[in-house]
Design a protein around this ligand. Structure first.
Ligand code: C2E
Ligand code: CA
Ligand code: CA
Ligand code: CA
Length: 277
């Protein structure tokens, strides 16, 4: 028979552990998840619109908390940014991609790899050196590496712009992501050192509808052309959207029509399938 004092003590500590565990803050859960293997990458094809061939992939991070519940990046990335731990996530993306890239490169030596950067990444001193080190570890040539920066993350345009300049000088490619959804003026664009504009799916999905957004999408594409930037349209789901984008002379496309974000094995199978992409 357990003495009542010990029983109550055990019960109270069990309750305490339960409360602490369930009320653990999200940054703490992210840190814990990074200690294990709760994070992995999915790859989404980026295709050349005129030939239909896959020219590369975008790496998208996934988090399975406690190996069970899936937490969307749109939930935990902003938390990691706020908590000042985005560098830990980016480092994990680099580590995972360095493991996967050699397998992909043995199928497609000139494949492009796009990685998402947050404002915190663009502001971190020495980040260009981090990217260089990652490139040499992964075997990805610097000019096959695309760093995607959202328009929203250009809060400190001068600092982020300087990082972009250094990246371009090193041969790394830079893309402005989710273009058109931020609140910055167009004026800065001409000054920035970028290669690609990624047109947000919001605009792509308005194409061919009578929404005024459709006109905005066409204008954004024209602006990109005027600035000599390559356009990547995101979120293409239908042949009709594809047709309109081809008509607007858009170079590259990404979306469920070509492929959902997929695990490494699935990507490799797709690349090995004869006659495909
Ligand atoms: P994003 O960079 O704009 O990524 C594109 C998102 O659109 C992805 O969502 C992708 O699954 C989704 N998508 C692609 N094609 C289609 C389509 O045809 N239709 C629709 N409805 N959706 C499509 P995901 O993977 O949930 O990522 C959401 C955002 O999380 C990303 O937006 C990016 O901003 C951020 N994110 C993802 N991975 C990372 C990462 O490794 N680091 C950082 N800093 N941010 C990341
Ligand atoms: Ca992106
Ligand atoms: Ca995007
Ligand atoms: Ca997005």
């Amino acid at each position: 028979l357990i003495p009542i004092g010990i029983f109550v003590g055990l019960l109270l500590s069990a309750i305490l552990i339960f409360v602490v565990r369930t009320r653990m803050s999200m940054p703490t859960m992210i840190r814990n998840g990074l200690k294990g293997s709760e994070f992995n990458l999915l790859y989404q094809p980026v295709v050349d619109l005129s030939s239909g061939t896959m020219m590369g992939v975008e790496a998208l991070i996934r988090w399975r908390r406690n190996g069970k519940d899936f937490v969307p990046p749109e939930t935990f990335i902003p938390v990691a940014e706020q908590a000042g731990i985005i560098s830990l996530i980016t480092a994990r993306v680099f580590r995972l991609l360095a493991e996967d890239a050699p397998h992909i490169l043995s199928e497609r030596p000139f494949f492009h790899f796009a990685v998402n950067f947050s404002a915190g990444d663009m502001h971190r001193p020495g980040v260009v050196e981090e990217v260089r080190r990652f490139a040499s570890q992964s075997g990805i040539a610097l000019d096959n590496l695309v760093i995607e920066v959202t328009e929203r993350s250009l809060v400190d345009v001068n600092l982020a712009g300087e990082t972009m300049r250094q990246m371009r000088a090193a041969g790394i490619r830079v893309a402005i992501d989710d273009f058109g959804t931020g609140y910055s003026s167009l004026g800065y664009l001409a000054q920035l050192h970028v290669d690609y504009l990624k047109i947000d799916k919001l605009f792509v999905q308005a194409l061919g509808t009578d929404s005024p957004t459709s006109q905005v999408a066409a204008r954004i594409i024209e602006i990109a052309k005027d600035l000599n930037l390559q356009v990547i349209a995101e979120g293409i789901e239908t042949k009709r959207q594809e047709r309109i984008l081809k008509g607007l002379h858009v170079g590259c496309a990404q979306g469920y029509l070509y492929g959902r974000p997929m695990p490494l094995d699935e990507l490799l199978q797709l690349l090995r399938r004869k006659g495909s992409v």
